[in-house]
Design a protein around this ligand. Structure first.
Ligand SMILES: [Ca+2]
Ligand SMILES: [Ca+2]
Ligand SMILES: [Ca+2]
Ligand SMILES: [Ca+2]
Ligand SMILES: [Zn+2]
Length: 435
């Protein structure tokens, strides 16, 4: 379960052509600086939380390509994705099986306590005081085992049980590293992708890893009982393929895009027991033709959660990466496309959990937090590769070499108020909780 994915600069291989390209692009590359996020749409009643302050960045190291919101690190991403993907298949469904109770397992496929949960599934949770295979209300609090949401992630045990079985059955359309669990926070994401803008699977696996890494905060913030870990399990469920659509600054097009694909129209139609409102809605698209620096955004809506969600601009990210590396000498790993995709996904999912940007609010910007805004190549490498950081409480470290949340961001995540699930709006006028 625990993968140790460590990347170092030694793994970097020079790519002369890419570097040359960046030299050519250097003069306007700084315009792409704070791409990833934010651009205030103040003229509209609704705002996107990702505000793009383009601004004023001037490259500090003039011979590097400056580009902001994408990431860097060629081999790193490759390995992360491969490793994660390999383990995913074998681990799915066995997450809870590490320390199984001594009692003999009940037979597979039976439900003798008639609570809707397969008895074997209850047994392998290894929490017999909360989910016992011979009682329909194990803790006798009047809430049936199937209806419990002990981990407060918005999913009932019945839904997690059904999802676990579904994910095991449809591994080819699911990116999930471990089975949904009633004592771990699970985050479901419905992925609808525009034709030719499909997301690199490595990006999914790297984002999964970023949320699993929250387990490391157990060192300082023990998981609140009955949670068995602080890690968050992401499950990307791929649904339909969407027709290409030109997206611009007007909100109605994006509201309609989200609302029209909110229901399960593709593969997920077989997931009949699960309400689409339980899933954060994520769409991949080409670009915002009015804002070619925008890598991703969250969409707020005044009242309808089905018109809210996350959009990732694949074309924009692909046009900006690899970037911020140096071929020689000394080599500095580039931020690669799939790293930029993953960092953007993780960042936007942070917004969907009500996080705002890492700002001056609590005394200064922490550039190692994935919720920081990119401001040039130095901060890009800090956020994506943890350059110069050894403190995992701040976020990305040189050892992790991948996007991470800071402890401060983790403590602010709101699983009861997820955008496009429970709410249509982020707090703080659509910008989330700054920290
Ligand atoms: Ca049962
Ligand atoms: Ca039971
Ligand atoms: Ca109960
Ligand atoms: Ca759960
Ligand atoms: Zn943002």
């Amino acid at each position: 379960m625990t993968r140790s994915t460590q990347f170092t600069c030694k793994q970097f291989k020079p790519t002369f052509t890419i570097y040359s390209l960046f030299l050519m692009l250097g003069t306007f590359a700084c315009d792409q600086e704070s791409t990833q996020d934010i651009s205030l749409q103040s003229d509209l009643s609704v705002q996107t939380a990702d505000i793009g302050t383009q601004s004023d960045f001037t490259p500090i190291v003039s011979d590097m390509s400056v580009e902001a919101d994408a990431e860097a690190g060629t081999e790193a991403g490759t390995e992360a994705g491969t490793e994660a993907g390999t383990e995913a298949g074998t681990e799915a469904g066995t997450e809870a099986g590490n320390n199984l109770p001594d009692t003999p397992p009940p037979p597979r496929g039976e439900d003798q306590d008639e609570d809707g949960l397969e008895d074997y599934w209850e047994w392998q949770l290894n929490a017999p005081q909360l989910f016992h295979w011979s009682s329909a209300d194990t803790d006798q609090d009047g809430v049936l085992d199937a209806d419990e949401d002990k981990d407060m992630d918005g999913l009932s045990a019945q839904e997690e049980h059904d999802l676990a079985l579904w994910i095991a059955e449809y591994p080819e359309t699911t990116y999930s590293n471990s089975s949904p669990h009633p004592l771990l926070k699970d985050l479901l994401i419905q992925v609808d992708q525009m034709q030719d803008q499909e997301l690199d699977p490595r990006a999914f696996w790297m984002s999964i890893e970023s949320f699993e890494a929250l387990a490391s905060f157990d060192l300082t913030v023990p998981p609140q009982a009955p949670l068995i870990s602080n890690k968050v399990q992401l499950h990307f469920l791929v649904d339909e393929l969407l027709s290409p659509l030109d997206l611009q600054g007007d909100f109605q097009t994006r509201f309609d895009l989200l609302a029209n694909s909110h229901a399960f129209n593709g593969q997920l139609q077989d997931l009949s027991n699960i309400n689409p409102n339980r899933l954060i809605h994520l769409i991949s698209a080409d670009q915002r033709s009015d804002d070619l620096n925008r890598a991703g955004e969250i969409i707020n809506h005044p009242e309808n959660p089905q018109s809210a969600g996350v959009i990732i601009y694949v074309g924009t990210i692909e046009s900006q990466h690899p970037s911020c590396g140096l071929s020689s000498p000394p080599p500095v790993p580039f931020v690669e496309i799939h790293e930029a995709l993953s960092g953007t996904i993780t960042h936007e999912l942070g917004h969907a959990l009500q996080l705002g940007h890492d700002t001056e609010v609590n005394g200064g910007i922490n550039p190692f937090n994935v919720m920081a805004i990119l401001e040039g190549c130095v901060s890009t490498r800090q956020r994506y590769h943890g350059e110069g950081n050894q403190d995992l409480l701040l976020g990305a470290t040189e050892q992790s070499f991948a996007s991470r949340f800071s402890l401060e961001a983790f403590l602010l995540m709101d699983f009861q108020n997820k955008l496009s699930c429970n709410t249509s709006n982020l707090v703080n006028n659509g910008q989330g909780i700054e920290h």
